[in-house]
Ligand binder design. Structure first.
Ligand code: ATP
Ligand code: MG
Length: 330
């Protein structure tokens, strides 16, 4: 029997006998892979991660980390994993170095190794210069990098990251992912993460699963999922929002239609051949089209199709920033 880094069988979680957060989830993650769980707010991502990291119990179903049962063998599981939670996990009234030292002691790193390992993760997460500053002077992005540094103090077999790069600027996100990737390749660490950045999943995940309302609706490699939509995407920027999509769906060659704000995305088999009919439709209905472009379906389109909503990343990121800022001030 081959051993999976993560194996989940028919997992259910009901909070307070009424909130159905997970509704029968099953999947496997192979060792050494990066696996991204994508889903809208409230889909159940954090709940799943908290079960896999032994913090909460499922209502029913089973989950295993490298063959160890997360409920019955939780102590063994905890020795194999590290976790960057969605909420803040460092102390703000001490320095970055002191935080890392506390985690190093908690992880049981031998005394003589601690300072070398701490220096390495400070370097990796670009925090060397500020290691002796109080964390309450840090930006949200610096705090996130410190939290990731804490999780990299040990070489876990499986690393769980709940929105690891939220609030980081593009350069910091790239740096963090380069280091995580290096970590994965060097030590064979399995990386299980959530993200609200589609490009991140597309670039760094070996496989992705989309979760919606507590169910996995689709999974595969990014390429497989994009290909599964088939065809090409015609993207129209309209002068105004357009709400009734039904007549457009009746136009020949139109396979799917998604509207977000003023951007209309139309899936067709052949963009060049379908454009005249689509443009004629808009001329007849008097809706003015400002710009037209064509692309292959993206992971964002896959998400729109299966989750029925666009990633709310911009709002989401500012929400998290605000919440973290509040934490720092209190
Ligand atoms: N401790 C709790 N008690 C009661 N309900 C909860 C609890 N934690 C989560 N929920 C509910 O369970 C559902 C799934 O929440 P969860 O936090 O797992 O979603 P998520 O996918 O991580 O969302 P987000 O993208 O906002 O982080 C939501 O309806 C949420 O309100
Ligand atoms: Mg969450």
């Amino acid at each position: 029997m081959s051993l999976y880094a993560v194996e989940v069988k028919d997992l259910f979680k009901v909070y307070d006998a009424k909130v159905h957060a997970l509704n029968g989830i099953s999947f496997k993650v192979e060792e050494g892979q990066a696996f991204a769980l994508l889903g809208p707010n409230g889909a159940g991502k954090t709940t799943l991660m908290r079960i896999l990291t032994t913090q909460i119990k499922p209502t029913s179903g089973e989950a295993y980390i490298l063959g160890y049962h997360v409920e019955r063998q939780s102590a063994q599981v905890r020795r194999l994993i590290s976790y960057v939670p969605q909420e803040m996990s460092v102390w703000t009234d001490i320095t970055a170095y002191e935080n890392l030292l506390i985690y190093a002691k908690l992880f049981g790193l031998p005394k003589e190794e601690r300072s070398k390992v701490i220096d390495r993760v400070l370097e990796d997460m670009d925090l060397k210069e500020v290691k002796d500053e109080l964390v309450n002077t840090f930006s949200g992005g610096m705090i996130r990098r410190l939290e990731i540094a804490c999780a990299m103090l040990i070489q876990p077999k499986v690393m769980f990251l709940d929105e690891p790069t939220i609030g980081l600027d593009p350069a910091a996100r790239k740096r963090v992912w380069e280091k995580l990737n290096q970590f994965k390749n060097e030590f064979g660490v399995t990386i299980f993460f959530n993200t609200h950045y589609m490009d991140e999943a597309d670039m760094y995940a070996d496989r992705v699963a989309i979760i919606n309302n507590g169910c996995i609706v689709v999974s595969g490699t990014c390429e497989e999922l994009k290909r599964s939509l088939g065809g090409e995407m015609i993207i129209l920027h309209l002068a105004n929002s357009y709400t009734n999509l039904d007549p457009l769906k009746k136009v020949q060659a139109v396979k799917e239609v998604y509207m977000q704000e003023n951007e209309l995305r139309i899936l067709v088999d052949d963009a060049e051949g379908s454009l005249p009919a689509i443009m004629e439709f808009f001329r007849d209905t008097g809706i003015s089209v400002k710009r037209v472009s064509v692309s292959k379906p993206t992971l964002e389109d896959v998400f729109l199709k299966y989750a029925g909503t666009k990633f709310e990343s911009a709002e989401r990121i500012s929400d998290v920033r605000r919440t973290r800022q509040m934490f720092i001030r209190t």
